[in-house]
Write a protein that binds this ligand. Structure first.
Ligand code: 4AD
Ligand code: MG
Length: 455
């Protein structure tokens, strides 16, 4: 008999004579003459209750079963006389698929700390919280693609191995080939020049926006920044749309529409899992998400943001001066205390931004924007791109970049250049936003952070 997922069994519209459920035992309760099992198979948060009578075969199976064991039950789906569940399974057969030694199985029925669960990242998706997290992660990724597909964007697969450093921050992981028989990595041999893991697909996706129109890329990106914060990972996923014949305002409009769409989609598709986070992780989650849905985002020039930060009585650890890169404490103040909703800060000093951003008429600032959200700070970083060849090359010279290496990038400005803009959204930060989870290590299946490469 084919197995029925527990999600479908719990949502059944009618009883069923024959049903087969396969899953992991969350708990077992023995009574005189019968036992209850609560089974979960990962398809949803809930467990299904199974009742089995103590026949000799079933007693033998029950003796081998504890929390964490995998089992198969065949029986019938009947209305449950118990409270809190509509259906239960009256089991006729019970097979043990895989035992779990109760002495060593780490996930006993109690609340474990996030730190402990990080140390068993391979087992934590079996818990309620991380099961919910990784179902939501999957739904969120699919929602990203749906958002762009509905708007007619093309999905571009940009390379993971590159020769350039998009952000110019030098935070790259080197890629080296190990030729057969050689104990030494051959750094330059394979491609004929040094290569690294991409920090952003932007430069490549720009070429496609200037060919196909609106495009996006969505893939893993890598940063060797040694910042041990709850918001940074060495490997994270980034969503990078690039829109053509568009300016910074269009870019901010797109980012706002996308955040609102993703929040609405998650509330709609993953209601049960979102509720778990609202109940156990962040009591303000629903209020935060409602604000995001209902309020237009604030749009604030950097210069004004600085004057607000200077005027407030609040003491910051990092001193505020025109020209600084906003720190998380500044970002969080703006969106959590000052405006109490997401805030775009735009027109940043050119000195703290990469070469490709479009120079403003003041010659001092560039058409950059960051979107700041409560609890997280920066969730989106983007800009209108410099489409004017002469301004772009002058800026590259100023920054000491080797223009020959960017010959292909500059070609797009030589031949049929056009105004365009784009941004990068940290996928994990978006997931932190919709779950209320504070640490990026808890939204990635197997996180990569400094000094941590288990699993
Ligand atoms: O602001 P960033 O560095 O922008 C870029 O890389 C641009 N090239 C994107 C573009 O315009 N196409 O990064 C964009 C976003 C950040 O706002 C943040 O959400 C996320 O990526 N991010 C990280 N997320 C997790 N761990 C890290 N180490 C991150 N670095 C950036
Ligand atoms: Mg940024």
């Amino acid at each position: 008999m084919k197995r029925t997922k527990i999600l479908d069994a719990l949502n059944a519209s009618a009883p069923a004579e024959d049903i087969r459920i396969m899953g992991w035992v969350r708990s077992k309760r023995d009574n005189k003459g019968f036992s209850f099992l609560a089974l979960n198979d990962g398809s949803c948060l809930g467990t299904i209750q199974v009742v089995v009578d103590h026949t000799p075969e079933i007693e033998e199976a029950l003796a081998r079963i504890g929390t964490g064991a995998s089992v198969a039950v065949t029986g019938s789906l009947v209305e449950s006389p118990g409270q809190g569940q509509k259906w239960e399974v009256r089991g006729r057969t019970l097979e043990v698929i895989g035992e779990a030694d109760q002495e060593t199985f780490p996930l006993q029925k109690k609340r474990h700390s996030d730190e402990f669960l990080r140390s068993i990242a391979h087992l934590r998706p079996r818990t309620n919280k991380f099961g919910a997290m990784f179902r939501m992660r999957s739904h969120l990724a699919q929602a990203v693609h749906r958002f762009f597909a509905d708007k007619g964007f093309f999905y571009v697969h940009t390379p993971i191995i590159t020769g350039s450093d998009c952000e110019g921050a030098g935070e790259m992981f080197r890629v080296t080939a190990l030729p057969p028989g050689s104990p030494e990595p051959a750094e330059n041999d394979f491609f004929g020049k040094p290569s690294n893991l991409t920090v952003s697909g932007q430069l490549s996706v720009e070429m496609f926006a200037l060919s196909l129109g609106d495009c996006y890329t969505f893939g893993p990106t890598f940063r060797a920044e040694n910042s041990n914060t709850p918001r940074h990972a060495a490997e994270f996923w980034m969503i990078e749309p690039e829109i053509c014949f568009a300016d910074l305002n269009d870019d901010m409009d797109l980012g706002e529409e996308m955040i609102k769409y993703l929040v609405a989609h998650m509330l709609d598709t993953c209601a049960e899992d979102v509720e778990l986070f609202a109940k156990w992780v962040d009591k303000d989650l629903m209020a935060t998400l409602t604000t995001i849905l209902e309020k237009p985002f604030e749009r604030l020039p950097y210069t004004e943001a600085i004057s607000i930060l200077k005027k407030t009585k609040k003491q910051f650890e990092y001193p505020v001066e025109w020209g600084i890169d906003l720190q998380t404490e500044h970002e969080r103040f703006l969106c959590e205390e000052k405006f109490r909703k997401p805030v775009y800060v735009y027109d940043y000093p050119k000195s703290i931004k990469p070469f490709y951003m479009r120079m403003n008429d003041d010659g001092n600032t560039v058409a950059a924007m960051d979107c700041l959200v409560p609890r997280i700070g920066e969730i989106i970083g983007g800009s209108q791109r410099e489409e004017r060849l002469d301004v772009l090359t002058a800026r590259m010279d100023e920054l000491g970049l080797n223009k020959d290496e960017y010959w292909w990038y500059l070609d797009s400005r030589r031949y049929g250049t056009a105004p365009h803009a784009g941004f990068g959204m940290g996928f994990e930060r978006m997931l932190m936003l919709v779950t209320g989870v504070h640490n990026i290590r808890d939204v990635i299946p197997f996180p990569r952070t400094p000094k941590s490469l288990d699993f």
